[in-house]
Design a binder for this molecule. Structure first.
Ligand code: HEM
Length: 243
């Protein structure tokens, strides 16, 4: 109902409109295997590499627009930029971030970010919301990852748990700041649409990482368990033309 939607804050709208996608992402094979500690280390590191390329593209744009858009200046905090955390994790695993090649899903994700920046820069906050929100669950995933790969002192898991004890407080600050901006209805719509598209993009990336490993014949999570589920199918129409 329109009346109900208008009475919801932007953060309530974002949560409600992406809940089903969140659950599909959470239950996708990539995350399931990661949480169960069964994802091969090389796939975990590869995912960090792809996320590095995505965050680098997104954060370059956010930093530039922050200087000229008060709404972005109101919401963005330096600690939210994840590129450095990913760089640290990759270097810990001996990977040179500058040499990472994008998968097809990553190329399309970055092209989408660039398109938003050129047409509707405010919508970049929808992309940012998905990653900032994902820190809520990633904090728990980091525990499984540390155990599975025998990691300690945050080495290799900086991206998954960037805020430590301040996670709750930083998430609340992000929600308060987003709600305080007072976005116009078309801006809200654009941000909500971008959040949905971002979940789809993340699911495509997870599928390419997981299924790509299978098709290349490298160590595949399904080899650890015969009952490993297929990666979740993305819901709705894909904005990235994956078919
Ligand atoms: C095994 C995987 C995952 C688990 C267990 C998980 C778990 C959680 C939990 C417990 C919350 C907090 C819910 C609340 O306090 O209301 C949350 C929030 C969130 N997660 Fe995940 N998550 C997972 C994967 C992901 C992924 C892959 C993404 C996107 C890249 C994501 C994006 C979000 C977002 C945007 C929120 C904030 C929702 C809101 O607006 O309140 N999550 N997640």
């Amino acid at each position: 109902m329109i009346v109900q939607e208008e009475s919801l804050t932007i953060m309530q709208q974002l949560k409600a409109s992406t809940q089903a996608q969140h659950d599909a992402t959470e239950n996708g094979a990539f995350n399931e295997e990661l949480v169960k500690g069964r994802l091969p280390l090389n796939l975990y590191v590869e995912s960090l590499g792809q996320l590095f390329l995505i965050h680098r593209a997104l954060e370059r744009r956010l930093r530039a627009f922050r200087a000229e858009m008060p709404a972005l200046a109101r919401v963005l905090r330096d600690y939210q930029f994840q590129e450095t955390y990913l760089r640290n994790d990759l270097e810990f695993f001996g990977r040179n971030p500058e040499e990472i090649q994008p998968l097809d899903a990553t190329r399309k994700f970055v092209a989408y970010i660039d398109r938003l920046a050129d047409t509707t820069p405010m919508a970049l906050l929808g992309v940012h919301y998905v990653f900032e929100g994902s820190n809520n669950g990633s904090k728990f995933i980091s525990r499984a990852v540390k155990k599975a790969y025998d990691l300690s002192d945050g080495k290799g898991t900086h991206y998954l748990d960037p805020y430590g004890d301040q996670q709750k407080q930083y998430w609340q600050a992000f929600k308060d700041d987003m709600n305080a901006v007072g976005f116009l209805p078309p801006e809200t719509d654009a941000i909500v649409a971008a959040a949905g598209a971002t979940f789809e993009a993340v699911m495509h990336l997870h599928r390419e990482l997981y299924e790509g490993a299978e098709s290349k014949g490298s160590a595949h999570p399904a080899s650890a368990t015969a009952s490993a589920p297929a990666a979740a199918k993305p819901a709705g129409k894909c904005p990235f033309h994956h078919g």
